[in-house]
Design a protein around this ligand. Structure first.
Ligand SMILES: NC(=O)c1ccc[n+]([C@@H]2O[C@H](COP(=O)([O-])OP(=O)(O)OC[C@H]3O[C@@H](n4cnc5c(N)ncnc54)[C@H](OP(=O)(O)O)[C@@H]3O)[C@@H](O)[C@H]2O)c1
Length: 268
């Protein structure tokens, strides 16, 4: 199937590692012009070279000025406006909280909102006018399963991701008829390098396999396996994001795609 992504101009934030790197790689394989983003230039440039990206855009996304700089660098590298924006950068800016919600410092709620929701909102706001002028655009926000089913711990992160889901629905509605779709993709537990490293450290075996690390984490009660019977890998997200990014996916907007192996038990 041709996803009609050839030559499409894409910025994938947080693509210097993990889910974002897999998304950038798959989009590049589909012929898109991709800009790789991260805070660490060396890591971003390594991914960009490996996948044959159009360039890199480097910087924090935690202030308006920094986002403007990243947006401008991406547009320059692409040679035109961002047609497809994947707001993937983020994570728990305060580390995984072991505190119940009422004991989390209010500043941690603010910093998570900034690093996840506002990072996406700022870049979206910069990109939408250009998409409107072109009468085409795709915005895909990478949220989390915990946005709709929060754990007792980590409320600062879950609440920030829930805000992204909420923003997605409002924006999709506000852009009625503009040729721009806005969707959320919500990963469950995905084995990225950081998680693999944590498991290998606990095992004391730097060579431990994906399966060995999964077994360790499940046995330690860190996770339970979802109905799919395994943890996710970044490519599980990439295939769904590429599909939503396609010009052929114009009838899907305001949706939340759960890519969690069946972790969230929901009828919708
Ligand atoms: N892995 C999971 O199990 C899982 C589950 C649910 C949701 N998610 C979400 O999926 C997305 C990707 O996560 P991942 O697991 O692939 O993480 P990762 O491997 O740690 O990658 C995170 C990426 O985001 C960038 N980044 C983080 N904070 C940033 C900031 N303030 N400004 C600019 N760039 C920033 C990092 O850039 P540098 O490191 O180069 O600075 C890196 O490229 C995140 O939004 C995360 O919340 C992940």
């Amino acid at each position: 199937m041709d996803l009609q992504l050839t030559g499409r101009r894409v910025l994938v934030t947080g693509s210097s590692s993990g889910i974002g790197a897999a998304v950038a790689r798959m989009l590049a394989e589909e012929g898109a012009k991709v800009v790789v983003h991260g805070r660490d230039r060396a890591r971003a440039e390594a991914v960009a070279a490996e996948i044959g990206a159009a360039g890199v855009a480097i910087g924090e996304l935690s202030t308006d000025a920094a986002c403007k700089a990243v947006h401008a660098e991406a547009v320059a590298a692409l040679g035109g406006n961002i047609e497809i924006l994947i707001n993937n950068a983020g994570g728990n800016s305060e580390g995984n909280s072991t505190k119940p919600p009422h004991q989390i410092d209010p500043d941690h709620f603010l910093s998570n909102f900034n690093a996840n929701a506002l990072a996406a909102i700022r870049l979206t706001n910069l990109s939408i006018p250009e998409m409107e002028a072109a009468k085409f655009g795709r915005v895909i926000n990478v949220s989390s399963a915990v946005a709709v089913q929060p754990n007792n711990m980590g409320a600062d992160y879950s609440a920030a991701k829930a805000a992204m889901n909420n923003f997605t629905v409002s924006l999709a509605g506000a852009l009625k008829g503009a040729g721009i779709t806005v969707n959320t993709v919500s990963p469950g537990i995905v084995m990225v390098d950081g998680l693999l490293r944590m498991g290998r450290d606990r095992l004391g075996n730097p060579e431990a396999s994906f399966e060995e690390v999964t077994e360790l984490l499940v046995n330690a009660g860190v996770f339970t396996l979802p109905p799919a019977g395994r943890l996710g890998i970044p490519e599980d997200l990439a295939i769904i994001i590429c599909t939503l990014a396609s010009p052929r996916s114009g009838y899907v907007t305001g949706a939340n795609y759960r890519v969690d192996g069946g972790q969230i038990r929901s009828l919708n």
